[in-house]
Design a protein around this ligand. Structure first.
Ligand code: AMP
Length: 605
C-alpha cells in the first residue's frame, strides 16, 4: 500500500482536506462530521487545552477571549502599527508582536504565534486524514492565495512543519481550483478563476494548453471576503439598536460575536430564500453594570442585502477589471469562468460574474471544496511523479534591488512565469568601497519606501577600487513556489555571496521545536482516542454491513440473478476481511474496509 498523500486548503474561514482514491479526488470528512473545518482555534479557559474547528466556534459563544479565527489574514506578516490598525477593523481579538517581529494572538491569557494557530488547524486535518486511512499521513500539498508573498508562504511552511507535515509543494489556490475543475482534460484556452471565500478574494487568468497551466495574471483583495459581507449586516443590525444601548453592545465581544453568527446565517439563508428573519436576544448582557439587555428581531430581504453589499460587489468587479487589464484581455475573451469559495453561492455574485464575462460560470464542483480537491489531485500527481499537470505559476510581486536615490531596479517583474532566473550588473555607490550591501525589495513601486524590504546580501572584501572597476553581478532565482535565492558576485575577483531570503522573521529555533513537540503530544493523545472511537464505530459499521448482507441475501433468493449473487459474495468477503482486520488490530485495513462499507451503505464522503 503506497503512503497516502493529501491536499489541504488552509482557508481563511474554512479549511478542507482531500485525497485521491482509485483515481478520484474526494474530500476527507472531518472526525466531528462535516466536510469543512472552520479555521478557528481556541484554548480552553482553565486548562489551556486546545480546541479546533466547530468546537472552537462553540467555545467562542461562551469565551470569545479564548478563540481566534481568520488569522490567515495576518499570517507571515510583520507586526507593525498598521497591521494592528487593520486588524482592529476586522477582528475583535488582540494581536501582539513576537520577539522577532512575527505576529501573535492573545488567547486565554497566552500569546500564541500565528504559525502555531495555523499548525493547530493543519494538525486537525492531518488527524482527520489519519483517521480516514487508519495510519500516519505526512505528505501533503497545501494551497496559498495567489497574492501571498514569500514571507506568507514561508509562514505556511513553518506551520506545516510544526504540525509534522511534509509539504511536497505549495500551490496557488486558483491553480488548484482549475485542476479540480478538470481543465487538463481536453480544455484549451483561457480560464478565469473567481474565488470569493470567507476572507480573501482572488481572481486569476490561466492559459491552458495541452495540459499545461500557465497563470497569465493574478490579482485580488486580501481583505475582501464573506466576512465583510457579514460585517455589513452586523452594522445594519447595530443601527437598529437604540442609540444609548449601541455602544454597550459594541463593547460586548460576546454580543458582537452572536450578531456576526446571526448575520452569516442570514446571508446563507438569503442564497435560498428571498427573505429571512434575524432574531438575537440578550445583547449587551456581558457588560457589567450595564442597562437591561436588548433584543433584535428583524427581517432582511435578499434585495436589501444586495443593496447593503453594493460597495463590496463593486470592489469585486474592479478587481476583475484590473486583472483583465493586466492579462490584456477583454472579459468576453475568457473561455470559461470557474467559481470558487463559499461566497460564490450568493445569487448576485453569480449574476454579476455572468454579466461581466458574458457567460454563465461553471459550478459543477462544490465551490468550497474545489481548492482542496485540486490540491489532492496535484499531491497525487507529485507522489506518482506522473506530471499529468505541469503547473506554471507566476511571480505574485515584482522583485528588485535597491539603488541610489531611494529607488528600486526591478529584476523580476510581477506575473513573470516561475521558475525564473534574472541577472543584472550593479556598481558600488562610492569609489573605494570595501563592502557592498545589496538590499532586495518586493513590491510594485519604483520607490524603496513603498516596497517591502526582504533582506540584503552583503559582499565583503571588495578591492576598494574605482566604482566602475567593481562590477557586481546580482542574480535572482525565484523558485516555482515563490522563494527567492539571491546571489551577488564581484566580477572583478569572482568572490560571491548567496542568501535564500527570509522574508519574515522565523520563530526562534527552540520555540519552534517546543511547539512541534506540543503538537506531536497532542496529536498522539488524539490519535489514541480516535483509534478507540474508530474501533467502536467500525464494529457498528460491520453490524450494519451484516444487516445489509441479510437483506441482499433475501432479495437474491426472491429474485435470483448472477449480479445479486455477486453482490452477496462481495459484501460477504468485505465483511470477512473487516472482521479479520479487526482481530489483527490492523487499523489501516479496518479503515479501508470502513471506507468501502460506508460507500456501499450510502454514507460515504
Ligand atoms: P470559504 O472560505 O470558501 O469556505 O467560504 C466561506 C464563505 O462563504 C463564508 O463567508 C460563508 O459565509 C460563505 N458561504 C458559505 N456557504 C454559503 C451560502 N450557501 N450562501 C452564502 N454564503 C455562503
Amino acid at each position: 500500500m503506497s503512503e497516502p498523500v493529501i491536499g489541504i486548503d488552509l482557508g481563511t474561514t474554512n479549511s478542507a482536506v482531500a485525497t485521491v482514491e482509485e483515481g478520484r479526488p474526494r474530500v476527507v470528512p472531518s472526525r466531528v462530521g462535516g466536510r469543512l473545518t472552520p479555521s478557528t482555534v481556541g484554548l480552553a479557559p482553565k486548562t489551556g487545552d486546545r480546541v479546533v474547528g466547530v468546537k472552537a466556534q462553540e467555545l467562542a459563544e461562551v469565551h470569545p477571549e479564548c478563540v481566534a479565527w481568520a488569522t490567515k489574514r495576518f499570517l507571515g506578516r510583520r507586526f507593525t502599527p498598521e497591521l494592528v490598525q487593520e486588524a482592529k477593523g476586522v477582528v475583535p481579538y488582540a494581536l501582539a508582536g513576537g520577539p522577532t517581529g512575527d505576529v501573535r494572538v492573545k488567547l486565554a491569557g497566552r500569546t500564541v504565534p500565528l504559525t502555531q494557530v495555523s499548525a493547530m488547524v493543519l494538525g486537525e486535518l492531518k488527524l482527520d486524514a489519519e483517521a480516514y486511512y487508519g495510519r500516519p499521513v505526512n505528505k501533503c500539498v497545501i494551497t496559498v492565495p495567489a497574492n501571498f508573498d514569500d514571507g506568507q508562504r514561508q509562514a505556511t511552511r513553518e506551520a506545516a512543519s510544526i504540525a509534522g507535515l511534509d509539504v511536497l509543494r505549495l500551490i496557488n489556490e486558483p491553480t488548484a481550483a482549475a485542476l479540480a475543475y478538470g481543465l487538463s482534460r481536453g480544455f484549451q484556452g483561457h480560464a478565469l478563476v473567481f474565488d470569493l471565500g470567507g476572507g480573501t478574494f482572488d481572481v486569476t487568468v490561466l492559459e491552458v494548453t495541452d495540459g499545461v497551466y500557465e497563470v497569465k495574471a493574478t490579482g485580488g483583495d486580501p481583505v475582501l471576503g464573506g466576512e465583510d459581507f457579514d460585517q455589513r449586516i452586523v452594522e445594519w443590525l447595530l443601527a437598529q439598536v437604540e442609540d444609548d444601548a449601541r455602544e454597550v453592545v459594541r463593547r460586548d465581544s460576546l454580543s458582537m460575536r452572536r450578531l456576526k453568527v446571526a448575520a452569516e446565517q442570514a446571508k446563507k439563508e438569503l442564497t435560498e430564500y428571498e427573505e429571512t428573519l434575524i432574531s438575537v436576544g440578550g445583547l449587551g448582557d456581558n457588560v457589567r453594570g450595564s442597562r437591561k439587555p436588548v433584543g433584535l428581531e428583524t427581517v432582511l430581504t435578499r434585495a436589501f442585502f444586495e443593496q447593503l453589499s453594493d460597495p463590496r460587489y463593486r470592489r469585486c468587479l474592479e478587481v476583475c477589471e484590473a486583472v483583465m487589464k493586466e492579462a490584456r484581455m477583454a472579459p468576453g475573451a475568457v473561455d470559461t469562468v470557474l467559481l470558487v469559495g463559499g461566497m460564490t453561492r450568493v445569487p448576485l455574485v453569480r449574476r454579476l460574474v455572468a454579466d461581466f464575462f458574458g457567460r454563465q460560470p461553471s459550478s459543477e464542483v462544490n465551490p468550497d471544496e474545489a481548492v482542496a480537491l485540486g490540491a489532492a489531485i496535484h499531491a497525487d500527481e507529485l507522489a506518482r511523479q506522473s506530471g499529468a499537470a505541469l503547473l506554471l505559476d507566476v511571480a505574485g510581486h515584482s522583485l528588485g534591488v535597491g539603488v541610489m536615490g531611494g529607488r528600486v531596479k526591478r529584476l523580476i517583474v510581477r506575473n513573470s512565469s516561475v521558475p525564473v532566473l534574472a541577472k543584472d550588473i550593479f556598481y558600488p555607490g562610492r569609489h573605494g568601497q570595501t563592502e557592498a550591501r545589496i538590499p532586495v525589495y518586493q513590491g510594485e513601486s519604483d520607490l524603496q519606501d513603498e516596497n517591502h524590504k526582504l533582506g540584503e546580501v552583503v559582499l565583503h572584501d571588495l578591492k576598494g577600487a574605482a566604482r566602475g572597476d567593481t562590477p557586481l553581478e546580482v542574480t535572482f532565482e525565484l523558485s516555482s513556489e515563490g522563494t527567492l535565492s539571491v546571489r551577488a558576485t564581484d566580477l572583478s575577483t569572482g568572490l560571491a555571496e548567496a542568501v535564500r531570503l527570509e522574508a519574515r522573521p522565523h520563530l526562534p529555533g527552540l520555540e519552534a521545536d517546543r511547539l512541534s513537540q506540543e503538537q506531536a503530544n497532542y496529536a498522539k493523545k488524539q490519535a489514541q482516542e480516535d483509534a478507540k472511537r474508530s474501533e467502536e464505530s467500525f464494529r457498528k459499521l460491520l453490524e450494519r454491513g451484516d444487516k445489509l448482507a441479510r437483506l441482499l441475501q433475501q432479495s437474491a433468493q426472491e429474485n435470483p440473478s448472477a449480479e445479486a449473487d455477486a453482490a452477496v459474495a462481495n459484501l460477504g468477503a468485505l465483511l470477512e476481511t473487516g472482521r479479520g482486520a479487526l482481530e489483527a488490530k490492523d487499523t489501516a485495513a479496518c479503515a479501508q474496509v470502513a471506507r468501502q462499507l460506508n460507500q456501499l451503505l450510502g454514507a460515504g464522503a
